[in-house]
Design a protein around this ligand. Structure first.
Ligand SMILES: Nc1ncnc2c1ncn2[C@@H]1O[C@H](COP(=O)(O)OP(=O)(O)OP(=O)(O)O)[C@@H](O)[C@H]1O
Length: 627
């Protein structure tokens, strides 16, 4: 289109008027003095504070932490700022409903966090097709989250508001972690840990309609701290769950009354005790499962029984039965990270040991019974170097696994984290102990007859090796390969990165051995391997890199500098390196069995420990109790 000076001047004038209107409502003496003269210079610069221009048009506004005190609702200045790509008014005292930004369809970044906005998040934001970042945290916004699904959206935060309802299941919104939604007591569903119940969502819809119809009133100021808010949510959710269970029982009791006689006549024997109990435990959320029969008398009085609550969380060990799903829902939860198969949370319950809750997604389409069977296999694999599964929850909408919390975090962090001055050295002997702990866990999984899986671990990497308070190895994520759907498993599990999968499309126990070899190399070289590289980073193909180093005789240079300087490193580390290289062999048949590896690492450990005694006197901070 031809350049039309009159149109340009009109737009320029309208933008100036809009900014003057903004200035008047902000009523800041600084802006009153500073925002004078033309807002954009001919070279696209601006002498106005917080304004950036391009081609004479205002494209960015940054007015952050200026104590601006205004009711945003009164301002419709933004209608004329049609070239705006960035608006940041964060950390002011702007109150009122959010304005309609639908005229600003070039907007990429909108930051209104840390203000006093109330009312709902306007659906008009859905029309901003280029939106990359939306920050609305720390306000008083209410109502549901609109169904944002812009593929451009990279940053999103609505935490610490009063939003409610279930988080829309759009790809765009589900891509963000729980932190983006935290401290909204009535918000539920993934990625938060709050479980939504259908009737709860229905109540929300009714509420939402009311909310949409008229602008919200200013909120009553709440002085409730966040932690208290979180507890209130969890209590509220717990309460809802209790009511839900009550209805469920009531319905079940009526159904059973009808069915009871028929079943008696058939003389059906109940299944053996433990299985029957499991079926009872999981049936609530499952469709089409035969429900075990109990008399109505038994059902009576049990409706809101706390026992039912316990059953919804299936405990692997009787003695671990010290909390209920309700306790978990009330616990304070801290997001630990997003894994390949879902989010991980640390839950701290009053007076109890912290646990880790893993929400599993991308599952195979297993029936309820099959899922339970697979989890029983996982649960019954017990070894001092395997992270114990404590309990699980299996409903139609949620699959949660509850594990022991490992205080010292992951091996990945132990190797690569904190390389600064206050790093606690990761000595050779400790590394060998870790290598042995992992090898023993893997050996157990490989020899254990309960596990029928072709690749018993399937996802061995340094982020799945945890360390407890004494740096004892606890290998996690074992057996998940049997419940994760293909092709997700092939894309994300470590064993599918092995050379044989690339050529034959098959994995086996020996793929675990290959993963162990890569992990050993990561432990020895402190280089991030492709198997453990966090999302967005690239790891190294350690097996081929190390083989090249050995071929070209620069082996000594590959070791982590921290151990390369240790006297005892030379022999022990070299032997470990040789084991790693054998485990990495291209052809699975040439890799050793884990039993063989365990024996060899044990003998290295015994020898290095005696040689290392002198060195240890230099560093009392490390105890070698990894086994
Ligand atoms: N039992 C645990 N104790 C302490 N921290 C844990 C525990 N389980 C997981 N974590 C932490 O939570 C993070 C996410 O764990 P998660 O297992 O979901 O993902 P991952 O190990 O990074 O990848 P993957 O999904 O392939 O296992 C881990 O990196 C770890 O820091």
């Amino acid at each position: 289109a031809l350049f039309d000076p009159s149109q340009y001047l009109d737009a320029h004038r309208q933008e100036r008027d809009a900014l003057y209107a903004l200035k008047a409502s902000f009523n800041s003496s600084f802006l009153n003095d500073n925002w004078t003269g033309p807002q954009c210079n001919t070279d696209s610069s601006s002498r106005w504070h917080g304004i950036r221009c391009f081609n004479g048009r205002v494209t960015e506004i940054f007015l952050e932490s200026m104590r601006l005190n205004v009711t945003l609702m009164d301002i419709d200045a933004f209608v004329f700022l049609t070239e705006l790509t960035v608006l940041s008014l964060k950390n002011n005292s702007i109150s009122g409903n959010m304005v309609n930004f639908s005229s600003n369809n070039k907007m990429k970044q909108l930051d209104l966090s840390g203000n006093r906005l109330y009312g709902s998040i306007p659906k008009s934001l859905l029309s901003l097709k280029l939106l990359e970042s939306l920050l609305l945290q720390d306000n008083y916004l209410t109502g549901p989250i609109p169904e944002f699904n812009q593929s451009s959206l990279r940053v999103f935060n609505v935490s610490n508001n009063d939003l409610d309802g279930s988080i829309p299941k759009t790809h765009g919104l589900q891509a963000f972690g729980p932190d983006s939604y935290s401290s909204n007591p009535q918000l539920c569903g993934p990625p938060t840990l709050n479980i939504c119940k259908n009737f709860f969502a229905t109540i929300d819809v009714a509420d939402d309609q009311n909310k949409e119809s008229s602008p919200a009133e200013p909120p009553r100021k709440s002085s409730i701290p966040n932690s208290a808010k979180i507890s209130v949510v969890f209590i509220a959710v717990g309460f809802v769950v209790a009511i839900f269970l009550f209805f469920l029982h009531f319905k079940k009791a009526r159904k059973l009354k009808k069915k009871g006689r028929k079943v008696e006549e058939r003389g059906e024997e109940e299944e053996q005790q433990p299985q029957q109990q499991d079926a009872t435990l999981i049936d609530d959320g499952l469709e089409g499962e035969e429900k075990p029969v109990r008399s109505i008398e038994e059902e009576k009085g049990k409706a809101v029984d706390i026992e039912e609550e316990k059953r919804r969380l299936i405990f692997v060990e009787e003695e671990a039965k010290s909390f209920t799903l309700n306790d978990l829902l009330k616990a304070s939860a801290e997001g630990l990270g997003k894994g390949n198969f879902g989010d991980c949370y640390k839950a701290v319950m009053d007076g109890k040991e912290a646990v880790v809750v893993k929400r599993i997604t991308d599952l195979k389409p297993l029936s309820g019974k099959e899922f339970t069977r697979q989890l029983h296999i996982i649960a019954h694999q017990k070894h001092p170097n395997l992270l114990p599964l404590l309990a699980y929850h299996n409903s139609k909408d949620e699959k949660l696994l509850v594990y022991k919390y490992a205080q010292k975090g992951t091996l990945f962090n132990r190797i690569h984290g904190n390389r600064g001055r206050d790093r606690i050295p990761f000595r050779c002997s400790s590394r060998i102990s870790v290598a042995l702990g992992i090898a023993r866990a893997l050996e157990y999984l490989h020899l254990n007859t309960i596990s029928q899986s072709v690749v018993p671990h399937g996802n061995l990497r340094s982020t799945n090796v945890l360390l407890d308070l004494n740096e004892k190895v606890l290998v996690s994520d074992y057996g998940l390969s049997s419940i994760i759907a293909q092709p997700i498993a092939a894309q994300r599990l470590v064993s599918y990165k092995s050379p044989e999968y690339k050529t034959t499309k098959r994995v086996s126990k020996k793929s675990d051995v290959w993963s162990y070899g890569s992990l050993l190399l990561e432990l020895l070289t402190a280089r991030i391997s492709v198997c453990s590289a966090p999302p967005g980073t690239e790891g190294m193909e350690l097996c081929s890199w190390v083989k090249k180093a050995v071929r070209e005789e620069w082996t000594a240079e590959i070791f982590d500098i921290e151990i390369a300087t240790q006297r005892s490193a030379s022999s022990g580390m070299l032997e470990l390196l040789q084991i790693a290289i054998r485990c990495c062999e291209k052809s699975p048949e040439n890799r050793p069995e884990m039993t063989e590896v365990v024996r060899e690492v044990e003998s290295i450990k015994a020898r290095v420990e005696s040689e290392d005694e002198e060195d240890l006197s230099m560093d009392r901070s490390l105890t070698d109790e990894s086994l």
